[in-house]
Design a protein around this ligand. Sequence first.
Ligand SMILES: Nc1ncnc2c1ncn2[C@@H]1O[C@H](COP(=O)(O)OP(=O)(O)OP(=O)(O)O)[C@@H](O)[C@H]1O
Length: 264
Amino acid sequence: MFFSGEIRGKGESRLQVLRLDGVSKSYPNGTVAVQDANLEVGEGELISFVGPSGCGKSTIFQMVAGLSKQTAGEIEILGGSTGQARRDNAISFVFQEATLMPWASVRDNVALPLKLRKLPPKQQEEEAERVLELVGLKDHAKSLPRQLSGGMRMRVSIARSLIAKPRILLMDEPFGALDEITRQTLQEELLSIWQRSKGMTVLFVTHNAFEAVYLSNRILVMTPRPGRISREIEVDVPYPRGEQFRSSAEFSRFVGLVNESLKH
Ligand SMILES: Nc1ncnc2c1ncn2[C@@H]1O[C@H](COP(=O)(O)OP(=O)(O)OP(=O)(O)O)[C@@H](O)[C@H]1O
């Protein structure tokens, strides 16, 4: 029996945190960016979206974040609307560019979401310290963004997205602009933060099949515009994964499967 509000995977059931039901998005200029997207996401999943440029990945994320309204279909988050999820601070967004305030310290950049919510300064500071520790930047709290490398700026951006303890983290190609070594380090850090979180769900956009396979428990492959979810690949490999997985035949097989799916 499959209960509504619950998702069944292999031998496990998860609370449903996100549901897209027949979601489409047409822009006023007539561009159909997304067509009939259907998706159920369980609590604590890490799902990657891969697909050709312009297939509507960012559009889906913007709709889920409540920044853009779908033109058809329904989006349900934690059993309520996208607006409610936003008001409850249940969702955080990390963009490809670490959009930081150049004049403010790392700590102030990270604390911004709490400052906007007018939380006491002491609490802002304590929470900022907590998340800076999580991303390994405790010793850089007083630095300015321009004093940091690209990878460190992305860590600041991730720390800021984590400070309000979101239930769902949307990451739109966060590591796309980083070199391969930094990228792999940040992948490890993301997995470690995700595993230590208490059931945080991560939705991740990437063009990189290696990244998608390494990180995700499920990969959604999208068609060229108008984007539809054409295939779902379950990466049923336990975490933590580590270097052994990256160099395994199993890893290559999954990467091949993703690349093959992108061709159809
Ligand atoms: N505000 C807008 N008005 C009109 N068309 C738009 C708008 N935003 C996006 N589009 C179009 O919708 C389609 C999907 O865009 P979107 O940014 O969601 O794709 P994407 O898969 O995230 O692309 P990429 O991988 O290149 O970031 C594209 O054809 C894009 O040009």
